[in-house]
Ligand binder design. Structure first.
Ligand code: HPA
Length: 275
């Protein structure tokens, strides 16, 4: 199968490199409704996912489906506006594609962002959680199938996957932001349904602070190829069953993001300059 051959990823990387013609310092994957962050990037070049060989296309509302490359402060940034999720029906291995392509392009560190529901009762919508670790009980790893040794070993360590030094910088930058920050554990549910109240109670017992449907496949891919990673969850809602009679919806997620987008984008810009 072609996704078990490194050429599959090189074809995408070569196409992108032919257009951007530079090595990005940092890659950023934007979560739901975080697209406006790309307005901060200067001298941009945009590439539609549909034009990149072998690249999946994103099918979710509030996810644009393009790469935006350009300058942010002193850094060259490659930004994914729109990401791929397991619930869209992609084979798990395809979820490794973006980070593997970043790696082949020479990207040295990746920032993953997402919208998430709060499990921790002391969190509130609009807060930001710096991801310290994750829990994934369900669904396949993107590293299933024949290993590609050029990316990493068959069995790989994930005990420091959310790189401690990057988290320290992220916490320092948080001092200058009007947003409220936490460090916590993200629990992955493949979706597309939101979780049940019982699943959220389980998540809390297991030590999760927030839940969401993304980021973990990309973080695992980064760990496999030895790339430092920093993850942020923007809390868009309290998770299922916490607020009585509340109904979860993608609109609620997008509405909260719309309120905090500007402040979160300012923060992200500071982090990118600092790392
Ligand atoms: N659950 C899962 N994913 C999410 C949520 C949630 O409550 N909010 C935003 N993304």
């Amino acid at each position: 199968m072609e996704e078990f051959d490194i050429a599959f990823y090189w074809q995408a990387a070569d196409y992108i490199r032919g257009i951007i013609r530079e090595t990005p310092d940092v890659a950023v994957v934007l979560g739901s409704a975080m697209g406006p962050f790309t307005n901060k990037i200067r001298n941009t070049v945009e590439i539609d996912y549909a034009d990149i060989p072998n690249f999946p296309v994103s099918t979710v509302a509030f996810h644009a489906g393009k790469l935006v490359f350009g300058t942010l402060g002193t850094k060259k940034v490659l930004c994914m506006s729109g990401r791929f999720h397991a619930y869209e029906g992609y084979n798990a291995v395809l979820l490794s594609m973006p980070v593997r392509v970043f790696h082949l392009l020479g990207v040295k560190q990746t920032i993953l962002t997402n919208a998430a529901g709060a499990v921790n009762l002391s969190y509130a919508p609009g807060d930001v959680m710096i991801i310290s670790d994750h829990i994934k009980l369900s669904s396949q790893s993107p590293m299933i199938g024949p290993n590609i040794p050029a990316f990493g070993d068959r069995f790989f360590d994930v005990s420091d996957m959310y790189t401690a030094s990057l988290r320290k910088t992220a916490l320092n930058c948080a001092k200058h932001s009007p947003l409220r920050f936490h460090e916590g554990v993200y629990m992955y549910f493949a979706g597309p349904q939101f979780e049940t109240p019982a699943e959220i109670r389980m998540a809390r017992i297991l030590g999760a602070d927030a839940v969401g449907m993304s980021t973990v496949p990309e973080a695992l891919t980064a760990a496999h190829c030895g790339m430092p990673v920093l993850g942020f969850s923007v809390i868009t809602n309290m998770a299922a069953g916490i607020v009585k009679e509340a109904t979860l919806s993608h609109e609620e997620v997008a509405n909260t993001m719309a309120v905090v987008n500007e402040r979160f984008s300012d923060y992200l810009e500071e982090v990118i300059n600092a790392i």
